[in-house]
Design a protein around this ligand. Sequence first.
Ligand SMILES: *Cc1c(COP(=O)(O)O)cnc(C)c1O
Length: 219
Amino acid sequence: MSIASNLNTIKTSLPEHVTLVAVSKTKPVSDLMQAYEAGQRIFGENKIQEMVDKYQEMPKDIQWHMIGHVQSNKVKFMAPFVNLIHGVDSLKLLQEINKQALKNNRIIDCLLQIHIAEEETKFGLDENELNELLSSSEFKEMKNIRILGLMGMATFTEDQNQIKKEFIHLKTIFDSIQSIENENLKLNTISMGMSGDYLLAIECGSTMVRIGSSIFGGR
Ligand SMILES: *Cc1c(COP(=O)(O)O)cnc(C)c1O
C-alpha cells in the first residue's frame, strides 16, 4: 500500500473532531512529501534536530509537532517554528519554552504529558504534579506558552482493557482540570492513540491521534 492510500484509509476512519498527526520520525523527506502531496499538513517528530532538518527542507505551510521527550537545552532550536509540543512534563521545561517563545516573539502551544502507563520508563506527570504545576504562581505568570490540553501514552500491551482503563484515566484527569482558569489555558485537546490503539483512544475521548507506522510503514 502507498503512503497516500494508507493516509486516506486512516483519515476516513477519523471523526471530524479528531486531528491526525502523521508521525514521520526516522522517515526520509521523500516519504513525508508523499503524505504532504496527499494533503497532510501536520507532522510529528520525536527528535528536535531531525525536526529542524525536515522543517528547513520542506514546505512552510507544514505544522510541526514535537511528540518526543524534550531536553530543555534543545528547546531553542525549535522555538522559532514548532506548532505544538506534546511532551511537556515539568515546570522547568515549561519555563524554558516560555523563555524561548518570548525571544521569538511568539506564543508556543503545549500539551502536558501525563503518566498513565504502568511502565516506569514512560515520562509524564501524575495527577498531583499536574495540579501543583497548574496552580503555581510561576505557571500563572507565563505569557508566552499556552496549554491546550494533555497527552498520554498507554502501556505497551495487548490487553485492550488495560489500555482502555488508561485512556479513560487521562480523559478523567482532563475533565477534572476544566474548571481551572488562566490566560494561558485553553483546554481543548487530548492527544492519545497511536497506530495500534487509536480507535479505542477516540472512543475514550481522544481529540488528537499520533499515527506513524500505519501511514509510513514499520520503522
Ligand atoms: C512513535 C510514536 C508514535 C507513533 O507510533 P506508531 O505506533 O508508529 O503509530 C506516537 N506517539 C509517540 C509519542 C511516538 O513516539
